[in-house]
Design a protein around this ligand. Structure first.
Ligand code: NAD
Length: 508
């Protein structure tokens, strides 16, 4: 595992991890940047079709022995992996920060959430127990068991380079599948480092392979007959493409997409708590979270005026700089290209008539002039139809929308194309219950701004935030990575002969 203490160390080429070894066959490569400095940190190999096929062949070859390994033995590897992840947390978080840009403490939070998925996978013998019914008919017993699918694959986004892969492959392999991970090409190092830790924990070579790359690698995984299921997390247009292509090739697919998460602030809310919660949820990780709150819906002008004043005050106190310094609240955006995109959204908001109350566009971080830093931005008087309201910005930009009552706010949320997360700030239990009952969103917070389900529940949005039937990780993860088989069994007794029956078997 590479380990750098400065933010200007070159790591060479990040290759692939196939059959337990690092493979690098001088394919196309792409630069990896350190977003805090703008420097090229290294390069990532972009797998050819042949390299991906090599990974699939490795996973296919490892499958029979791994499927036959008792779940308790698979669980023991997960226990060892958890310990290794904890022991190496600082190095892993540094890799996250050097390629993604987020502040180290935030990287640690991400890694911890990933480790919790490994902890859940440690319970696999219990989770795979199945269902049993004795005497479903005369001397007949029946049970359902959950068998692995075979070779499975995951394609992950840049914004949680450690956690999102850990949502997928620990559960997939704990269920007895083998797995091919295709991490984001923008920050691939931490996923590679964790795959090497899995080998160290005892995962046999070939059970987990990592291929780095772009559309070429993804399309090979989506179309190869040997891959039985694909999990995807990323932006909505790509999620929709992955779902359509993967299912057309006969695969089981879950594809999680983008978001535009609204929080409604009611007149009875604890305003100071709501403001603190909103600032963290909107600007933490530079707004590059699919659960980030990007729209604050204020009920009534009095609430809106107070909210905008208090938010501005808090935002102006925020410290922005390199993620290697935990005193900073927010780091840079991930790439120059993404910086330009987010800045373009801010310009569009001004042009379309929203009021830019806090303008982060002029920020310069001393000593990091070439980093991709955009200061926090706050818009007031944002209206449906504006680009900054309709589209996912994925940056440090919060929009305040003014409404007259809670129902108006809920109608806005329900009309939006995305339905990932949402939150209601209130002290009114009746309002909270009405909200959680009737809102068209998959993950709901009541005074909880980032209601990311814990590892033993499941994660997923509604509407165009998720394509597929099952949510990610938790109980749905077990179902996604297994096939139900139902066995009905009778052992004929030598004393009793069954006659021929032509009617449909029943207990009638
Ligand atoms: P992205 O869609 O650009 O990339 C995700 C993955 O898809 C990467 O591995 C990438 O290599 C691959 N990819 C990109 N373009 C492709 C193409 N044309 N064909 C095939 N594969 C392609 O997403 P991103 O920018 O890395 O991540 C940010 C997005 O992810 C945001 O929209 C965010 O909301 C979303 N996200 C969603 C969740 C969720 O749980 N719903 C979680 C995290 C991130």
């Amino acid at each position: 595992m590479s380990h750098n203490h400065s933010d200007s160390h070159c790591i060479g080429i990040v290759g692939h991890f196939i059959d337990g070894v690092i493979v690098n066959d001088k394919e196309r490569t792409q630069d990896i940047f350190n977003p805090a400095t703008g420097e090229v940190r290294g390069h990532v190999a972009l797998a050819s079709i042949a390299t991906v096929e090599q990974a699939i062949a490795s996973a296919q070859a490892a499958y029979p022995a791994w499927r036959a390994t008792p779940p308790i033995k698979r669980a023991r590897i997960m226990f060892r992996l958890k310990e290794l992840l904890e022991a190496r947390a600082n190095e892993l978080c540094e890799l996250i920060t050097l390629e993604h840009g987020k502040v180290l403490n935030d990287a640690l939070g991400e890694l911890q959430r990933g480790i919790e998925n490994v902890e859940y996978a440690c319970g696999i013998p219990e989770l795979l127990k199945g269902e049993f019914s004795k005497d479903v008919g005369p001397r007949i017993d029946s049970w359902s068991e959950f068998q692995p699918l075979g070779v499975t694959a995951g394609i992950t986004p840049f914004n949680f380079p450690a956690m999102v892969p850990l949502w997928m492959w620990p559960m997939a392999v704990a269920c007895g599948n083998t797995f091919i991970l295709k991490p984001s090409e923008r920050d691939p190092s931490v996923a590679m480092a964790i795959a090497q830790l899995a080998l160290e924990a005892g995962l046999p070579p070939g059970v987990l392979n990592v291929v780095n790359g772009d559309k070429v690698a993804v399309d090979t995984l989506l179309t190869d007959k040997r891959v039985k299921a694909v999990s995807f997390v990323g932006s909505t247009p790509i999620a929709e493409y992955i779902y359509a292509t993967g299912t057309a090739h006969g695969k089981r697919v879950q594809a999680l997409g983008g978001a535009k998460n609204h929080a409604i602030v009611m007149p009875d809310a604890d305003m100071d708590n709501a403001v603190n919660a909103l600032v963290g949820a909107a600007y933490g990780s530079c707004g590059e979270r699919c659960m980030a709150i990007s729209v604050a819906v204020a009920v009534g002008d009095k609430v809106a005026d107070a909210l905008v004043a208090k938010l501005s005050e808090q935002i102006n106190k925020m410290q922005v700089g390199t993620g290697l310094n935990n005193a900073n609240d927010m780091g840079p955006l991930v790439t120059k290209q993404h910086y330009n995109k987010v800045r373009g959204f801010v310009d569009a908001g001004v042009e379309e008539g929203a009021s830019l109350v806090v303008d982060g566009r002029t920020l310069v971080v001393q000593g990091h002039e070439n980093g991709y830093f955009l200061g926090p931005c706050l818009f007031d008087n944002v209206k449906p139809g504006m680009t900054i309201y309709e589209e996912e910005i994925f940056g440090p930009v919060m929009c305040v929308v003014r409404v007259n009552n809670m129902q108006e706010g809920m109608d806005l949320i329900n009309a939006h194309e995305y339905g990932n997360g949402t939150c209601l700030f209130t002290r009114d239990g009746e309002a909270a219950r009405y909200f959680s009952d009737n809102i068209e969103v998959g993950m709901v917070g009541i005074n909880v701004p980032l209601p990311v389900p814990v590892a033993y529940h499941s994660f997923g949005g509604w509407k165009r935030s998720l394509f597929g039937d099952l949510h990610a990780y938790g109980p749905d993860g077990v179902r996604f990575y297994t096939k139900r088989k139902t066995i009905t069994q009778r052992w004929p007794s030598s004393g009793i002969r069954e006659g021929t029956q032509f009617s449909f078997p029943s207990n009638g």
